[in-house]
Each structure stands twice: as C-alpha cells, then as structure tokens.
Design a protein around this ligand. Sequence first.
Ligand code: NAD
Length: 288
Amino acid sequence: MTATGLIIDGKAIAARLRADIAQQVIARMAAGARAPALAVVLVGEDPASQVYVKNKIEACRQAGITSIEHRRDTSLSEADLLDLVARLNADPAVDGILVQLPLPPQIDAQKVISAISPEKDVDGFHPVNAGRLATGLDGFVPCTPLGCLRLLEQTLGDISGAEALVIGRSNIVGRPMASLLIGASATVTVAHSRSRDLPELARRADILIAAVGRPEMVRGHWVKPGATVIDVGINRVARESGTGTRLVGDVCFTEAAEVAAHITPVPGGVGPMTIACLLENTLKAAAH
Ligand code: NAD
C-alpha cells in the first residue's frame, strides 16, 4: 500500500505495525510458546533515556511482550555491566537485550555492545549484525533506520533506482540506513560533516534522509520538488516565546513541506517507528 498525503503519519503506520506484532504474539502463544521477552538495561539517571525506556516498556506491554527492566546506579562499573550482559546472554528466558545508550563515561559502550550475543542484539548495533547488514545477510537491523525504510515502503512502494541522500554516518542511523537503501536498490549517497556543497547534493535526491542532530539544518531550497523527506533528528530548542522548549527535526519542516511530496513530522514521524521496530526485532529474536 502506498500513501499519497504530504505528511507521513509515522504514528499511524507504527500503530498498524504494533497491532500486527501483537497479533503475531497471540498466535505464537496460542501455539504453545511463551511470550517474547526483552531485557532492558538502564544505567544512570539521564532524563531522555528514562523516557525512552518507559516508552519501550509500555510498548512491549501493549504488544504482549514481557519486558524485564534492570536499572543500575550511574556509578556502575564496566565489569559489573559486562557481568549482567553475560547473565542475560545465558538466560534462556530472555530473547532480546537492549542496553540503553548513552552509558556513563567509565563504561566503554562499544565493549558492552560487542558483549551482547548477536542473536539477542535487538538494537542491531553488534559488529556481527552490522556486518550482516552490510553484506546483505539476514540479521538484526537497527530500529531507527529500519523504521525509516518501513515508512518509505509504505509511502513510495518500490524505491529501486531512486536517488537517495543520507545525511549523517553514525553507526546507529546513517550507515545502516545507507545499507538498507542499497539493499532496496536505491542509488545512495552518504553525506556527513566533511561533505562539500550539501545543498547541491540534497537537490538531486528523490529520497532525503536527515540524521544529523542539528535543528532545522535542511532548508526548503535544498529539497528537490516532489522529493520524500525523512527527518530523523530530534532536537530540543527554546520556544520563540521564551518560555519552555519544543522539539524540532533536522529539517525546516515548514519550508520543506512547501516543496516535498512527502515529509515526516517531528515529533510523530520516525520516533514512533523506532519503537515499533524494536518490537519487531524482539519478536524475531524470540522466533530464532
Ligand atoms: P551522531 O551525532 O552520532 O551523528 C551525526 C552525523 O551527522 C555524523 O555522522 C556527522 O558527520 C553528521 N553531521 C554533523 N554535522 C553535520 C553537518 N553540518 N553537515 C552534514 N553532516 C553533519 O547522531 P545520530 O545518533 O546519528 O543521531 C542523529 C539525529 O537523529 C539526532 O538528532 C538524534 O537525536 C536523532 N535520532 C532520532 C532517533 C529516533 O528514534 N527518531 C533515533 C536515533 C537518533
């Protein structure tokens, strides 16, 4: 199914995906299997992380997925966290493991990610899963770029041959996004902080994906008329009124919406899809 509206309703698309996952969980349990189980590890008091974890746990509950929360103090040592990960790896009652990032400075996040069993790595950050994705093999794909691909599939259907620009090359979003787009037979360019003439690169793109972390960096005149714009950015900025803050993406929405054929809002675009794809990955881990 393809949508024709200007605004890509990530909330609605995510709700459909979540309902479908809930049905699959019911079918699995009707066949005698236990509920899929996700272990969620939260270290420290980062307010954004607390909100993300709370939302992920609630989404699990609604889909019939068991979540087991492991909260640890911000002073937790790297050795103790690696110990916890090893126990979760060995626990047959745990299908998926999610260690919420960022981690406190005394802990090497890459070391922890690499310690998670690739078969339980529902975030898809383990080098084995990154390698599987890069080589076109089946594995766990990071939830945010997977959610972006799902939005593109719903909006455009087949994207083979389309010119796609990904702005950002992080391991969490930009790089896996590029691999997914190559897998879908798009012609892919990856831009980053050292790229020259970003507006010119952007103007060639039928599909423009911004994953930068710079509020409203992508302007309307960068966007090719009729392009599909996926805004991954989540940036908190001060309100013009001077009271409080609001969320904006990496794309100047009002300007880009004048030119694009389809665009995701912030919030309500990519964010809800990230959570839905975490559930999808957890169900997949349980099915292994
Ligand atoms: P990151 O900081 O790890 O990577 C940012 C990338 O942007 C880097 O590769 C860098 O080279 C590039 N970049 C920086 N300045 C640039 C510039 N001036 N021009 C071109 N490229 C530039 O960030 P990330 O983890 O990939 O996240 C990117 C954004 O997406 C952030 O706003 C983050 O909050 C958001 N995010 C959203 C979700 C979601 O669920 N919606 C999930 C993950 C990240």
